[in-house]
Design a protein around this ligand. Structure first.
Ligand code: ZN
Length: 162
């Protein structure tokens, strides 16, 4: 893409306040290994090497003992729906309607809330198996110290019925 197109994109199209997705590159977040792994198809998080506490979402500091000695571990990519909410219309730009949010249980080891993609109102049931779905999101323009603008590819995750 040309410099002009990128500048136009930066000035007209990209409005960070309307961006529901995080910055993912090494230059902008210490959690970049999470996004690098996501781009490779796996879901990861951090555990503390000092006290063993697993965090979700991943951290750069252990919330239990404040150690910075963390390591990245793989998380399961399938789980079961424990409960969910459905919203006929979503309120977040770029998100599909209906918006379905589910609490997912991963083998009893971890539970967290994620969006469920590709389901209509009334379609999801408690106990349904869901699997990780990684999808591209709009790249974010990033300007370096020399004033060069580069578009950083981004992905994000949700779940879908298995
Ligand atoms: Zn710790």
């Amino acid at each position: 893409m040309s410099e002009f197109v990128l500048r136009e994109y930066l000035s007209n199209k990209y409005i960070s306040a309307m961006d529901p997705f995080p910055q993912e590159s090494k230059e902008t977040t210490k959690l970049y290994p999470f996004y690098d792994a996501l781009k490779e198809g796996s879901l990861t998080t951090t555990t503390c090497k000092s006290c063993g506490k697993m965090s979700w979402p991943p951290r750069i500091l252990c919330p239990e003992c404040y150690s910075e000695d963390l390591e990245w571990i793989q998380l399961p990519t399938t789980g079961k729906v424990v409960e969910f909410v459905e919203m006929a219309k979503q309120l977040v730009p770029h998100f599909e309607s209906p918006m379905v949010l589910a609490l997912i249980d991963f083998d009893g080891k971890l539970k967290y809330v994620s969006r469920i993609l590709g389901v209509q109102m009334g379609e999801l049931q408690v106990g349904d198996e869901v699997k990780l779905k990684i999808f591209p999101v709009e790249p974010v323009p990033l300007e370096d110290r020399k004033g060069n603008i580069d578009l950083k590819e981004r992905v994000f995750y949700a779940f879908e019925k298995a």
